[in-house]
Design a protein around this ligand. Structure first.
Ligand code: XMP
Length: 318
């Protein structure tokens, strides 16, 4: 019978056998999978695990500093790299979703490769790949690996991608990953986090990205997620977020006519992200969130709620 405790024990031992005194580099995303993979490796090899947490400038409000502190509190050997400006520069003027994804993927590889080069004698790349990722990458035609290839088939692979790969969660499903994390004493809020896309808010800002738009969406998202947590709804939802629409609409504030941004709220139930149903959030809750957003976030005068399921809609709008 599979138990998280036995898994941790066996995996730590196997990792020690496999890696010995070698050095390992791992990219943390703030998500459950990479965090649990890091904890397992930390237990096995301690300071020989070098974690890198990149701020692409497209994370949730305060996420980079909060999560970096949390990682340090867990004892991880982690370096936070704020590359926001580099990502935002690369995104300037791009509106097409796939071009945005490609630009982000390319800059991430450059930043990560630079950082990996600074670790003397590193020989392994650890990844938080879980079983559903393995299946998906077999069937998918245009996942992140395709992005990596399209950029790097000219100059060859970046050096960190030539490292030996270690993927301690490769046989697990998401719920098992969470149980493994819990059995190592990892914080509930970290293990219960909603999935968040690698390209972050870039694919929730429809059209081109500017620092101002990112700041507006971070505020809107923080109100929505904060209220979900306050009202006990966060854990009942598989994934939630806000989308900044590329339209202005007319509103009225006091005696003034306004012409400002519109945001959409999205909350879905799902087990694996492949299919999803929109969540029937209480009207009173939506009313409160809408009021708070419009009152607190300058530049937004209208809030709508997305009532589309997947398929045919996707979870993200881009
Ligand atoms: P869709 O929008 O395809 O999303 O229904 C399904 C799940 O995948 C996430 N997602 C991504 N994750 N890079 C990622 O790492 C991406 O480019 C990407 N696009 C979508 C999405 O947030 C949802 O959980």
């Amino acid at each position: 019978d599979w138990t998280p405790n036995a898994f941790v024990e066996e995996t730590v031992e196997a990792l020690q056998q496999k890696i010995g005194d070698d050095k390992v580099v791992l990219g943390l995303s703030g998500g459950v999978d990479s965090s649990v993979a890091a904890m397992l490796l930390h237990k096995a090899i301690g300071k020989n695990l070098y974690c890198i947490f990149v701020n692409n400038g497209l994370l949730r409000k305060n996420e980079f500093t909060d999560v970096l502190e949390q990682y340090k509190g867990m004892g991880l050997n982690v370096k936070g790299v704020d590359a926001s400006a580099r990502f935002l520069d690369a995104l300037a003027g791009l509106s097409d979703p796939e071009q945005k994804r490609k630009a982000i993927g390319r800059v991430f590889i450059e930043v990560f490769d630079d950082e990996a080069h600074q670790i003397q004698g590193v020989s392994w790349l650890a990844q938080g790949t879980i079983y559903p990722d393995v299946i998906e990458s077999v069937s998918a035609t245009g996942g992140p690996s395709a992005t990596i290839k399209s950029h790097h088939n000219v100059g060859g692979l970046p050096d960190f991608m030539k490292l030996k790969i270690v993927e301690p969660l490769k046989a697990l499903f998401k719920d098992e990953v969470r149980r493994v994390g819990a059995s190592m004493g990892m914080a509930k809020d970290l293990l219960g986090r909603h999935p968040f896309p690698g390209p972050g808010l870039a694919i929730r800002i429809l059209g081109d990205i500017t620092p101002e738009k990112v700041a507006i969406l971070q505020e809107v998202d923080a109100v929505f997620i904060g209220e979900l947590k306050k009202s006990g709804l966060y854990d009942k939802v598989w994934q939630a977020g806000a989308i900044l629409l590329p339209v202005n609409s007319v509103g009225v504030m006091g005696d003034e006519r306004t012409y400002e941004k519109c945001v959409a709220l999205r909350a879905v139930e799902s087990t694996d992200g492949m299919t999803a149903d929109w969540v029937n959030l209480p009207y009173e809750f939506l009313q409160k969130v809408s009021n708070n957003i419009i009152n607190k976030v300058k530049g937004v005068n209208r809030v709508v709620y997305d009532i589309s399921s997947k398929p045919p809609a996707t979870i993200e709008w881009e």
